[in-house]
Write a protein that binds this ligand. Sequence first.
Ligand code: HEC
Length: 174
Amino acid sequence: MQRDMVWSSLLALLLATDAVRADANRVTLPDYRSGFAHYVENLERADPEQISEIWANRTALESAAGGAPLAYGSVLVMEVWKAKMTEGGEEPERDAAGRPVKDRLLFVAVMEKQPGWGGIYPEEERSGEWEFAAYTPDGEFKEMDYGAKCSYCHAPLGEQDYVQSWEALLAAAE
Ligand code: HEC
């Protein structure tokens, strides 16, 4: 009898711990500027006011050479910058080489692949085993509904392991 009680309280404790863990975002902001491969540079986003820069860690880069899916431990980081706009505000300003000029860093988006991590999102908002996070330019974690906010564009890309910049990553891996 007493033994049963011990087991049931243990079980309750386990369940509670699990619930806490499911709520906490596990994707930390890595030191991507050292050691990561900067495989997308100065990309003009679909939104003409934004420019992105993307990095991959060694695991992502090395496993991309073998095609999708990427290995567990893969981490991809994207800086999203506000472009400096021309006077009329419709076009980004360009430097002598024709590249868009940056104004300021807006946020840093991170996705990390670990066994089971995608399971914290509802099935229809799941991008495989990837978990998403976004950080302010100061490195503060941004609180938001990541399943809803990030799956919209990433979740349909199962054939390329939910990575938008798949072609560029493959090219960098070769
Ligand atoms: C409106 C569509 C859209 C949504 C929503 C979206 N992304 Fe993306 N994401 C993209 C595109 C397109 C790229 C490729 C780079 C670019 O175009 O700037 C990308 C690239 C990335 C990358 C670089 C690796 C890759 O897949 O190419 C990361 C990391 C990333 N997104 C994280 C996030 C996070 C975190 C969220 C939610 C806060 C999010 N994304 C929501 C469209 C989206």
